[in-house]
Design a protein around this ligand. Structure first.
Ligand SMILES: Nc1nc2c(c(=O)[nH]1)N[C@H]1C(S)=C(S)[C@@H](COP(=O)(O)OP(=O)(O)OC[C@H]3O[C@@H](n4cnc5c(=O)[nH]c(N)nc54)[C@H](O)[C@@H]3O)O[C@H]1N2
Ligand SMILES: Nc1nc2c(c(=O)[nH]1)N[C@H]1C(S)=C(S)[C@@H](COP(=O)(O)OP(=O)(O)OC[C@H]3O[C@@H](n4cnc5c(=O)[nH]c(N)nc54)[C@H](O)[C@@H]3O)O[C@H]1N2
Ligand SMILES: [Mo]
Length: 763
């Protein structure tokens, strides 16, 4: 098994300090931090050049979150947030990781560094290879690098022995070309970050409303009577959403937030774009905060449903015309056991009644959610319960109302639309076959968790990643490390160094790629790429900076190059042409994916275009029966043994997933370190622990493996009794691979049962 050191490096936590959490988000400090970080990484010229183009009509799409841009007429000149600026700085940094860097640092040396340090070394500049047994990466030409991959793939007994992961930053063009290559090769092994993210949302929505995407536009949010924010920390992870919430509030909307933590961004927003936000006391956002226990949401939504039924606060017309399964749901929630609800949610019947009253009084409610709902064993059931509430009130396909899973990565939704999916629908494969003239594989491929098992069991021996940091994004870090190390070859197509470049297969390749900020010139001339945001708006993105190195290739060029090298003369698709001119890829997308008619022209329009969404557009439900489905889910409860806590693994304010920008979780008052565990005062007393104690966190999962992270500082924090919080990815070693959501197989990163033990050698 790997030691803590190889999995995390040796962080210096001596600067750790803890103060009171903040009661508001953004404000001038956010602008100051954004500018400081940008200037430090990029210098003044690049800072000016990049930030003015961020999220502008002729500029590039922010690579941070998937929150949509206001329509072109309503965009600010500075349409970005603190964390967007940090994301740009991280990519457009002037620091470089060159062949000399790899000559100087062996892989074993690099393993001792933290991920924060690795990321700070800068942009990868050359294709690099690590041969079997070597401890150093060395440069390799593009041709030779591509040939190494091709030879490994050609030698496989079956294409299903290779796994092709995608992170959520790949453009539509890169993603479409990638899945086309993988399917021409003959497998559907296309796991992606979505498997660990909003897969539960997709599964729940497809089952109930027939399409796995949210049903609202920004305008709906502005026009809502009520906005429910469940399991989401927008102040940190979708900061531009706060401006939209502020607009909605000013138009009279009310907000219910459902979260075990009182996140600063849920409480109050100091909008740096206006005087009130800078000088005044900002805008109070939340009207009712429900400090739910971890994983209490299913019980909460069922109880709210019970009250709506009891009060007959239902849209009978919508229910009768557009839905089925209502009676079964009604009878199910009517029998809800209030005592259990109160126990599981940690909320009083009064609080729940207040929330239900606000929902009953609202003519148009938008339900937003993110990882706080999706990463639990019962995540799919919980999200279906949100859908039940929306259906009961007719809150779908009406202005100001709808379902809004708030996506993570900037193009994760687009990647799925492009066919990055281990379980592709038959219609998609039929269209691919018709367009390209080969028969794609029909059997399902591996998702993320299944890929790890397949590598562990020797069923998969080549791992290719189009972006991301699989080792640290996936659960059960030690097992994932073992899985990757059992392969013959790992290939990372990436912009920056991370731990997945260090824990590798016998041969390891780094194929360095362009980022969104950079110019992309191909044989046919300058290219642009396209992306789809969380609200199904597709638009163009154009980088302007000179590439970080002349040796970089675009993701499309790398993917089409891999296809040419691997499929050779047998290739049916004209890979050379697709790699030279992305408009040819878009022409293919137009013919394969519904909703992309006239793609080239419509995406060139200011602000792009919106993809069709039948429930949103016409209350049409493509569920097979033509109706939206109410569902009745058993109220499953997480059993927590005495002396244990439920731990959620979440993001600090100073990271993007596994990329640690810095050590300042400003809003939570935690500075200078990341190895902390936030625990309620009463639990600390019961366990005989005090703030500042050093503990090991040990997962409780019965398969004989010791899952433990060491030397975490206890922080007394306002989290419900029996629950705790710590940062991802440092606590991923605790998330058991075998613990995943029913129906979506998403790792249960927000409900890990743990106990705290005094750290070895601690006071
Ligand atoms: N700056 C920045 N932006 C990002 C990211 C980033 O890392 N940094 N990541 C991007 C990605 S890929 C994603 S998916 C999103 C993630 O966005 P979020 O989902 O906001 O991210 P998390 O930090 O995982 O926060 C989960 C929130 O849910 C709450 N929560 C946890 N468990 C429960 C529960 O059982 N019930 C309820 N009601 N709430 C719960 C937590 O207290 C926390 O506030 O952000 C995207 N944007
Ligand atoms: N315990 C726990 N685990 C989690 C989560 C959690 O909340 N808790 N959240 C899950 C979620 S929601 C997600 S989405 C996953 C995230 O999983 P991933 O998407 O795999 O991880 P990231 O950290 O976003 O990937 C960062 C790396 O992507 C590369 N990169 C950056 N930009 C580009 C680019 O433009 N092109 C290419 N090719 N590469 C690029 C860089 O090398 C960088 O190091 O993690 C999941 N894991
Ligand atoms: Mo995500």
């Amino acid at each position: 098994m790997e030691t803590d050191e190889t999995l995390l490096g040796s962080p210096d936590e001596s600067g750790l300090s803890v103060e009171q959490p903040h009661d508001h988000a953004a404000g001038v400090t956010a602008v100051k931090v954004a500018m400081q970080r940008a200037l430090k990484e990029m210098g003044p010229v690049r800072t000016a050049r990049t930030l003015v183009r961020l999220n502008q009509v002729d500029g590039f799409d922010c690579m941070s979150c998937a929150w949509p841009d206001p329509d072109p007429e309503h965009r600010h000149r500075a349409e970005f947030c603190e964390n967007g600026a940090k994301a740009v700085a991280e990519e457009a940094t002037k620091a470089r990781v060159t062949p000399e860097f790899f000559a100087e640092h062996s892989v074993s040396d690099l393993l001792r560094q933290t991920d924060h340090w690795l990321g700070k070394q800068g942009r990868l500049t050359h294709p690099m290879v690590k041969w079997p047994g070597a401890d150093h990466y060395e440069p390799i030409s593009w041709d030779d690098g591509l040939r190494v991959v091709a030879e490994h793939l050609q030698q496989l007994g079956s294409p299903d022995e290779a796994v092709f992961y995608t992170s959520g930053r790949a453009s539509n063009e890169a993603a479409f070309a990638y899945q086309l290559f993988v399917r021409e090769l003959g497998t559907n092994n296309l796991p992606d970050c979505s498997n660990m993210c909003h897969e539960s949302s997709g599964v729940a929505l497809i089952d109930t409303i027939g399409i796995g995407k949210g049903s609202v536009s920004l305008e709906d949010l502005y026009r809502a009577d009520l906005i429910v924010l469940a399991g989401q920390n927008p102040g940190t992870n979708h900061p531009r959403m706060l401006s939209a919430l502020e607009t909605a509030k000013k138009r009279g909307a009310r907000i219910i937030s459902i979260n075990p933590l009182r996140e600063a961004g849920l409480v109050n927003f100091h909008n740096p774009q206006n005087a009130h936000g800078v000088l005044g006391r900002g805008t109070d956002l939340t009207d009712l905060h429900l400090q739910v226990r971890l994983n209490g949401d299913l019980a909460l939504f069922q109880a709210i449903g019970a009250l709506l039924v009891e009060w007959d606060a239902l849209d009978h017309d919508f229910v009768a015309r557009c839905t089925e399964g209502f009676e079964a749901w009604r009878d199910h929630v009517a029998g809800v056991d209030w005592q259990r609800v109160v126990e599981v949610t940690g909320l009083s019947r009064d609080q729940i009644t207040q929330a239900a009253r606000m929902i009953a009084d609202s003519d148009a409610t938008v339900y937003c959610w993110a990882m706080g709902l999706t990463q639990h064993r019962n995540a799919v059931a919980t999200i279906k319960e949100v859908v039940n509430l929306a259906l009961a009130r007719g809150d779908i396909g009406k202005p100001g109302a709808g379902l809004c899973p708030v996506r993570g990565h900037s193009n994760v939704q687009g990647d799925r639309t492009m066919g990055i999916w281990e379980k592709p629908p038959a219609a998609f494969l039929d269209a691919l076959a018709a367009e390209y003239g080969f028969e794609p594989p029909r059997h399902h491929g591996y998702d993320t968790v299944e890929s790890i098992y397949a590598m562990l069991e020797g069923k998969a021996s080549v791992f290719v990643a189009l972006g991301g940091n699989f080792l640290h994004a996936a659960p059960d870090t030690a097992l994932t490390a073992e899985a990757l190390q059992r392969t013959a070859l790992t290939v990372q197509i990436s912009t920056k160094l991370n731990r997945s470049h260090l824990i590798t297969g016998r041969t390891a390749l780094i194929l360095p790629t362009l980022g969104r900020t950079e110019r992309d010139d191909r044989a046919s001339g300058p290219q642009f790429i396209t992306v789809e945001d969380s609200m199904s708006v597709v638009h163009a993105s154009r980088g302007r900076l000179d590439p970080a190195s002349e040796h970089l290739r675009s993701e499309v060029a790398i993917v089409t190059g891999l296809a040419e090298a691997t499929l050779g003369r047998d290739a049916v698709v004209d890979w050379g042409a697709l790699g030279a001119d992305y408009s040819l890829i878009r022409a293919g997308i137009e013919r394969v994916v519904p909703g992309f008619e006239d793609y080239e022209r419509r995406v060139s329009r200011r602000g792009g275009f919106v993809l069709p969404h039948p429930p949103r557009d016409s209350r049409t439900f493509t569920t097979g029966t033509g109706k939206a489905h109410f569902t009745a889910s058993p109220l499953e409860i997480l059993e927590v043994p005495a002396g244990h806590l439920v731990l959620q693994t979440l993001r600090s304010h100073d990271q993007f997933n596994t990329t640690v920008y810095g050590l300042s979780d400003r809003y939570r008052g935690i500075e200078g370190g990341r190895l902390v565990v936030m625990v309620n005062r009463r639990d600390l007393q019961a366990m005989g622990l005090r703030a500042d104690d050093l503990v090991d966190i040990v997962a409780c999962w019965d398969d004989g493996r010791d899952r433990r992270v060491q030397g975490f500082r206890v922080v007394e924090y306002d989290t419900p009794v029996g629950t705790a919080a710590a940062y991802y990815p440092e606590t991923n070693p605790l998330v058991p691979l075998g613990s995943a959501a029913e129906g979506s197989n998403t790792p249960t990163s927000k409900s890990v049962i743990v106990r705290l033990e005094p750290a070895a050698g601690a006071r």
